[in-house]
Design a protein around this ligand. Structure first.
Ligand code: PXG
Length: 458
């Protein structure tokens, strides 16, 4: 048995990985040819691989390591909690201090009107919980036919059956007969892709009114909820026009459709506010959270439940027949409490908003002049940068992803993790990234863009 003091060679890891480890969202044949990258340790904003290369993590893991790597307080919190009470559940009229304390803390940091937390182990489970909860709510309100949930094209809400159905990713729907019944998708507010012929403000209203049109077409009495990420993350960091969210909110209120904010990526500081709903001044009935809740140190998610839903369930009595063995796992809750403590005590969100995020966005905007770049969009500490075969006409690459895949690989060669969504390059670094580290990141991005352009002859 190998230990961290006695590591295997990269080739050995790769061979065992090929033989025994099935990766998520991965072309196994392509991976097996190439061999996996093995990440062995991390500190701050940096990762190290099994060959000793240092890599700047421009994605905060998978959009989650908001406080950065190597925070001993989070490890100590898990350790202490596991010695005290490694496991107990919150079924059958029980609870334990970390779950109670975290729920109380979440009521404090999330927007007003979301006072109760239902714990899950992931964002996917949070969104599965949302599907069951909104349908149960409308049943209790005597409107069982209000069961349709409207989502958006290109949304990502997770990989479980209900969450993938809510998502708007065609390749996911194509595998396994999704979506499940009762899920509808409307257009996404992606101005760069779909805005032709309209001003940005006009397009925002147009995209929002797709919701009203769909509600009318279905009949409002059938529509339970609308779910959306305040800013689409995995879809490519799609920042909606300023007119979009106020109009969505007006429409949800008009037709009494519940508003569900999927804050799995936007939550806990990514936008420069604590939540995307703070950034856009939204008043959701439900909010899904995960990722930044524990900065990814342990798996935990939650659904924050709005008062009108909670009160209906309480007044009606009876069980919400739903829950996970590890809902509110003590160690994960203890880590989340410590993580929120760090975010608060060190004013990480506020400092990023004031100091580093504006600099990050300003430096990224410089890439608008790059021959390969046709669009740069971002808020706070995340951004999407569109690579185009011809920046004047915004021509797309054929096949899609030609430049994105190449650029992503060159980034790694240059010591940077940057994610590619087709030909859109994504950044979402830990919120503790410094100005100097942003300079380093920009330098690596510039080098990688230049190399990509050269290889593609642009
Ligand atoms: N909602 C949103 C908005 C997400 O981004 C989930 C729900 C699901 O969370 P879990 O914890 O079940 O994974 C997510 C997850 C990517 C990528 O490549 C994005 C996610 C997950 C994995 C990869 O961009 N987002």
């Amino acid at each position: 048995m190998s230990t961290s003091n006695d590591p295997r060679s990269t080739l050995e890891y790769q061979e065992f990985d090929r033989r025994h480890h099935w990766h998520p969202f991965t072309d196994t044949r392509a991976l097996n040819k190439k061999g996996t990258r093995v990440i062995t340790r991390a500190e701050g904003v940096y990762l190290w691989d099994s060959d000793g290369n240092r890599i700047l993590d421009g994605m905060a893991g998978l959009w989650c390591v908001n406080v950065g790597y190597g925070r001993r307080e989070l490890c100590d919190a898990a350790h202490a909690q596991m010695l005290e009470l490694p496991y107990y559940n919150s079924f059958f009229q029980s609870a334990h201090p970390p779950a109670i304390e975290l729920a109380r803390l979440l009521a404090e940091v999330t927007p007003a009107g979301l006072e109760r937390a239902f714990f899950t182990n992931s964002g996917s489970e949070a969104n599965d919980t949302v599907v069951r909860l909104v349908r149960h709510y409308w049943s209790l309100r005597g409107q069982p036919d209000r069961s349709v949930i409207i989502s958006r094209d290109n949304a990502y809400h997770g990989s479980t059956v209900a969450a993938a159905s809510l998502g708007g990713m065609q390749p996911m729907h194509a595998q396994g007969g999704l979506p499940i019944p009762g899920i509808e998708h409307i257009m996404q507010p992606h101005y760069y892709l779909l805005g032709e012929g309209r001003s940005e403000d006009e397009f925002g209203l147009f995209a929002a009114r797709a919701l009203e049109d769909r509600i009318k077409a279905l009949g409002a009495q059938r529509v339970a909820a609308f779910i959306a990420e305040p800013i689409q993350g995995a879809g490519g960091v799609i920042v909606p026009p300023a007119t979009y969210w106020p109009e969505i909110q007006r429409i949800c209120a008009k037709y009494d459709v519940l508003l569900v904010a999927d804050e799995v990526i936007c939550g806990f500081g990514r936008t420069g506010e604590w939540f995307g709903t703070d950034y856009y001044d939204l008043h959701p009935d439900l909010m899904s959270i995960a990722k930044g809740l524990s900065s990814g140190y342990l798996p935990i998610g939650a659904v924050m439940i709005g008062d009108r839903i909670a009160e209906t369930l309480i007044e009606s009595g009876g069980e919400f027949a739903h829950g996970y063995t590890y809902s509110g796992h003590p160690a994960a809750c203890a880590v989340a409490i410590a993580n929120i403590g760090i975010l608060r005590d060190e004013r990480i969100v506020e400092r990023a908003a004031r100091e580093t995020a504006p600099y990050f966005q300003q430096r990224l905007a410089e890439f608008r002049a790059h021959p390969l770049v046709s669009d740069v969009q971002g808020v706070g500490l995340f951004a999407g940068i569109e690579l185009s075969a011809d920046k004047r006409t915004c021509a797309r690459f054929d096949p899609l992803g030609t430049a994105g895949g190449l650029c992503r690989d060159l980034c790694i060669q240059n010591g940077l993790v940057m994610r590619a969504v087709g030909d859109r390059m994504i950044l979402s670094p830990p919120l503790i990234i410094t100005r100097e580290q942003i300079d380093e990141l920009i330098e690596k991005v510039a080098l990688s863009f230049d190399m990509t352009a050269r290889e593609l002859g642009i």
